[in-house]
Design a protein around this ligand. Structure first.
Ligand SMILES: CC(C)(COP(=O)(O)OP(=O)(O)OC[C@H]1O[C@@H](n2cnc3c(N)ncnc32)[C@H](O)[C@@H]1OP(=O)(O)O)[C@@H](O)C(=O)NCCC(=O)NCCS
Length: 199
């Protein structure tokens, strides 16, 4: 067993500042954003979650109210610097301390999409994962009907590793998911800008 396990400090919840977004720990007012997000059928479809148009208030409060106390995962709100509004979240979860791996997931509400916020938010949190949490690998799955998310992950340097065939039932269709991951040495080489490494 590696002797450097469990050194990552997931209990510290940082504030990470970019040009377009600030990633910060959740505050109570963020709940409005996530109430809307869980009721949004597009978010549900793209993230593979059930639509919940009548989210249980206590459950939501308890979930978002307890994220800052978690010691084995990092959940941060994505704030649009142009408006000051919380427009989504980025999450490093499923931490495997022995192998220094995490899963990554994210969602932005409609107000935050397609303006470059997601790309910057992913770069910021992935950079934090490698540079401050000493992760070795961050992986994710993206559905075939979500080319926007896949493009963002490719821009940040996630590499396609394989396809999970027909893992999702979408109406009458079966949908594949692509497994993507980025490794610490890759991050060190390009810091979220793989195109620069090639130049
Ligand atoms: C996925 C998500 C985080 C991306 O963030 P975003 O701020 O919308 O994305 P950005 O504006 O930073 O970048 C989008 C990129 O995808 C490209 N794009 C947009 N729609 C596209 C499409 N249909 N096909 C291919 N590329 C597309 C854009 O052109 C842009 O790339 P470019 O900078 O090279 O032009 C956000 O859209 C989101 O949360 N969506 C809903 C939930 C979701 O899909 N979560 C991820 C589940 S894996």
């Amino acid at each position: 067993m590696p002797n450097d396990q469990a050194t990552a400090d997931f209990s510290t919840k940082p504030t990470l500042t970019g040009e377009r977004v600030i990633l910060r720990p959740f505050v109570e007012d963020d709940l409005d954003t996530f109430r809307a997000a869980v009721a949004d059928p597009e978010v549900a479809r793209l993230t593979g979650s059930p639509v919940d148009d009548a989210p249980d208030e206590e459950r939501m409060r308890s979930w978002y109210g307890s994220r800052n106390a978690q010691t084995d995962r990092l959940d941060l709100a994505v704030v649009d610097r142009a408006s000051g509004a919380c427009v989504g979240e980025v999450v490093l979860n499923d931490w495997d301390p022995d192998n220094r791996n995490c899963n990554f997931r994210t969602l932005l509400t409609a107000a935050g999409r397609d303006r470059g916020l997601g790309t910057e938010a992913v770069r910021l949190v992935v950079g934090y994962g490698f540079e401050s949490l000493d992760l070795h690998r961050i992986s994710l799955e993206v559905f075939a009907f979500n080319p926007r998310a896949r493009r963002v992950y490719e821009k940040v340097g996630f590499v396609v590793e394989g396809v999970l065939r027909q893992v999702l039932r979408d109406g009458d269709d079966w949908v594949d998911a692509t497994v993507m991951a980025i490794l610490a040495p890759e991050w060190a080489a390009h810091r979220g800008h793989p195109e620069r490494r090639d130049s």
